[in-house]
Design a protein. Structure first.
Length: 254
């Protein structure tokens, strides 16, 4: 099938702008996507006129309201869930523990897929994954991915209940933990939401290296020794990469 170069370049512009939440200028945009300055200017101006881009006071381009409206399609979460399901199912079967895939949608943590371990002693996550996010591994990954404003709103709205002696029930300790999660690239919990329950989770990133979801495994603490955790973390990384590829595989298919 022949490639429409003008459309291809326009999509390059949109995707590049999406990778800069604080905006990007025309020259920097042209340099990043390796298209001449005049073409980038004309494409960006057209997209701005149609509402797919906007400019701030510093003349930096940002995603526009029309694009954001289109992105909120009703089937968005269904498509994410369906394409990730085979990979989540395979991970659950391989590790033999409960697996949770959750996403960050409009500042809320939404459960997409949850598969409970078939073992007699298994972890059962609560239906509301948002309110207790600060003491679950998957929740910590998504809290760490929130903007400062969204995280602040979450902390104001969510009481940090002390479920166990190991629960991070102070905002100072929680912020320090989230900084650690961002640095190491994964989150852990041990007896924080419930005595005897541990978890391990890491992010599922989009092509612009923004975190769109988190994939986690929960297990009885007695089965989550060091070697077991290393094995599960390795499997989580493989599965997160497969899910990301399933969600964003069209990027770069040129």
């Amino acid at each position: 099938m022949p490639l429409v170069l003008s459309l291809d370049k326009s999509l390059d512009v949109l995707e590049a702008v999406a990778g800069h939440p604080d905006g990007i200028g025309t020259r920097a945009l042209a340099k990043q996507i390796r298209i001449n300055l005049t073409s980038v200017h004309n494409i960006a101006a057209t997209l701005k006129r149609r509402g797919y881009l906007r400019q701030d006071a510093g003349k930096r381009f940002l995603l526009g309201p029309r694009l954001m409206f289109l992105a909120r399609h009703a089937d968005f979460l269904n498509v994410m869930t369906e394409s990730a399901l085979p990979h989540v199912r395979a991970l659950a079967k391989h590790v033999g523990e409960s697996v949770l895939l959750a996403a960050l949608v409009d500042g809320r943590i939404v459960r997409l897929i949850y598969m409970v371990s078939p073992q007699a002693l298994a972890v059962q996550e609560p239906e509301d994954v948002g309110s207790g996010a600060y003491c679950t591994a998957t929740g910590k990954v998504l809290l760490a991915a929130m903007s400062a404003h969204t995280l602040e709103a979450y902390m104001k709205e969510t009481p940090l209940v002390r479920y166990t002696p190991r629960t991070l029930s102070s905002s100072v300790k929680l912020r320090a933990e989230l900084a650690c999660v961002r640095h190491q690239g994964f989150a852990t919990t041990t007896d924080e939401l419930c005595e005897g329950v541990s978890g391990l989770a890491l992010p599922v990133s989009d092509p612009w290296r923004s975190i769109s979801a988190a994939l986690g495994v929960g297990a009885p603490t007695v089965r989550f020794g060091r070697k077991r955790c290393e094995h599960v973390l390795n499997e989580l990384r493989k599965t997160a990469a497969l899910i990301a590829r399933a969600w964003w595989s069209q990027k770069g298919n040129k």
